[in-house]
Design a protein around this ligand. Structure first.
Ligand code: PLP
Length: 559
């Protein structure tokens, strides 16, 4: 155990669909990262919270209103409770924390232990037993309790479990930044000493996305864990978790090159590098493509960069594998909605958190035009959850859902909205459609990862130039861009009008004619998506960058 050098902290981790302790991209990235570390035999331990009721399960009523229910799952089926318990003092009383161990095994058998912290103990008051009940639920008092358990509790638990002498604590997003307070207490309140041990990844390109707490609340909940100079290291007016993490880290990065740039402008006092995200190749490659890669590029499971050799795979076999996966999705659509989608019709997918900046309903800006261009020629499939407190996000779902029903009823356009977007549906969608659509408001998509899942299944992207797609898009070669080039003035948001005009125009003038009239060209783009995108946008490449740039401790770089 003592050989482990790095502790990876994340508020959410998505390792598998039956461990529903995640809401979306951040969790999936964390899960994929841990899987690649296991494959690469990296000396890493991970820490997160257990969420006995997960995030939430989504159903939609007849009007497209999102209905939320608790998720019931049993951690004992996949992990084991450890005997160690520790005591935190929050809100001036004891809060006990226990830990579950999940072992992520890599291709060679190497294990990355994942510690799930849990406050649901008999010893705790009822209000403390629910701290680890649900992800992103409750008010800011709940949030600070959760982050105290994650950061302080996590750092203390690692010590208790024997993970001493860790060289690096990696805060994956600011939620875990309270771990620096525990390290300060251990290291004689020397900022510089803590900084030698911490690294940080920011994921949020909008100021409002960074957790902040009133100092009154901080004092009440964190009590004596709050160091005397907290306002020097975490912000004058309110405690900002990102500022705290940046102050206390020897290395910090954003999650795509553009996001690094945006983050440097948001936090000009800090050096912020960029490591572009990836996905875990084996996890997100559908069975038919796994078989194909095993046959032609057998090394791909250990070295996904070898997917660059996709030219070796005959076109006909890629087509057959794609059709297999497409038919699985179409069968699921039939089962869920009754819609009879056809395998020879261009199918476009869009699934993501229904946050308004993702503009899930941008496609429906001019419905007449959309129907004229796509009627009878394109089938659309949507999915996505809105945060329970995100009323505008829920409105976007309702709008897409009701439009989908109306357009289908009137026989004008095939559109469906599938409920309960999770890892399983994500895998089905990103392998089963012909094109993966993304049209966020620039520059708000820090990276985006669902499009990287698509390219592992020969599904090209059609996307606004933001996040990873700025790096991945070679127009007409790996896929297609929507709207203008990514400009220097990164904080100016783009207009809906310009993007939607380009979206319609490219659908009509490029995607449809290519798909229906130039099969060879379409095949080439599919193959290039594998060869040029999947070979790079995977967590094996990403984890190696973390090991080289973020986790390296020799020579120690003090920020
Ligand atoms: C991959 C994934 C995401 C992240 O996708 P983005 O493109 O970053 O929006 C979110 N939710 C689920 C269930 C996923 O599988």
């Amino acid at each position: 155990m003592s050989k482990i050098e790095t502790a990876y902290f994340s508020m959410e981790i998505a390792l598998r669909n039956d461990i529903p302790t995640f809401s979306g991209g951040l969790g999936v990235l964390a899960g994929d990262t841990i899987k690649s570390f296991a494959d690469l035999e990296a000396p890493v331990v991970a820490v997160t919270l257990i969420y006995n009721n997960g995030y939430f399960a989504q159903k939609l009523d007849a009007h497209g209103t999102q209905l939320e229910s608790l998720v019931n799952w049993d951690p004992q089926r996949t992990m084991r409770l450890l005997p160690q318990k520790l005591e935190l003092c929050l809100d001036n009383h004891s809060v006990w924390v226990q830990a579950w161990l999940y072992e992520q095994k890599g291709v060679t058998g190497h294990i990355v232990p994942v510690i799930f912290l849990d406050t649901n103990l008999m010893e705790n008051y009822p209000e403390d037993r629910v701290i680890t009940q649900q992800l992103y639920s409750g008010d800011s008092s709940m949030r600070i309790h959760q982050e105290a358990v994650l950061g302080l509790g996590g750092a203390k638990m690692l010590d208790l479990l024997g993970y001493r002498d860790l060289k690096t604590y990696h805060m994956n997003e600011g939620h875990a930044a309270f771990l620096t307070l525990e390290l300060l207490a251990r290291l004689d309140w020397q900022d510089a000493a803590v900084r030698r041990h911490c690294v940080f990844t920011t994921h949020t390109p909008v100021p409002a996305g960074h957790d902040e707490f009133d100092y009154a609340l901080v004092q009440r909940v964190m009590g004596t864990y709050t160091p005397w100079h907290i306002k020097d290291i975490a912000g004058r007016d309110r405690l900002n978790m990102t500022v705290l993490a940046l102050h206390m880290s020897r290395y910090a990065n954003g999650v795509a090159q553009k996001h690094g740039e945006v983050s440097r402008r948001m936090f000009p006092d800090f050096a912020i590098d960029a490591i572009t995200n990836g996905v875990h190749s084996v996890t997100w490659t559908a069975p038919a493509f796994q078989a194909l890669y095993d046959k032609y590029i057998p090394e791909w499971r250990r070295e996904p960069e070898r997917l660059a050799e996709a030219a070796k795979i005959p076109d006909a076999e890629i087509q057959a594998a794609h059709l297999t996966e497409k038919n699985k999705l179409l069968a699921y659509i039939k089962e869920e909605t009754g819609a009879e989608y056809k395998p020879d019709i261009l199918t476009i997918g869009f699934a993501r958190r229904a946050a308004t900046y993702k503009r899930g309903d941008l496609l429906f800006t001019d419905i007449e035009k959309l129907v004229r261009i796509c009627g009878g020629k394109v089938q659309f499939v949507f999915a996505g959850k809105a945060h329970p407190q995100d009323a505008p996000g829920k409105e976007v779902i309702r709008r897409i859902f009701t439009l989908a029903q109306k357009l289908r009823l009137e026989n004008k356009l095939q559109v469906v909205f599938l409920a309960n977007y999770d890892m399983r549906l994500g895998a089905l969608l990103t392998a089963g459609v012909d094109v993966w659509l993304n049209n966020p408001i620039r520059p708000r998509e820090a990276s985006g990862t669902s499009g990287m899942k698509a390219v592992h299944n020969a599904v090209p992207n059609f996307s606004v130039l933001d996040g990873w797609w700025i790096e991945g898009c070679v127009e007409n070669v790996t896929g297609w861009a929507i709207g203008p080039q990514a400009v220097e003035n990164v904080l100016v948001e783009n207009s809906n009008d310009e993007d939607v005009r380009d979206l319609y125009a490219k659908l009509e003038e490029v995607l449809l004619p290519t798909y229906y009239n130039d099969k060879a060209k379409w095949q080439a783009v599919m193959k290039n998506a594998i060869a040029q995108n999947a070979s790079f946008f995977n967590t094996h490449r990403m984890c190696k960058e973390y090991l080289q740039k973020s986790y390296r401790t020799d020579p120690v770089t003090v920020g």
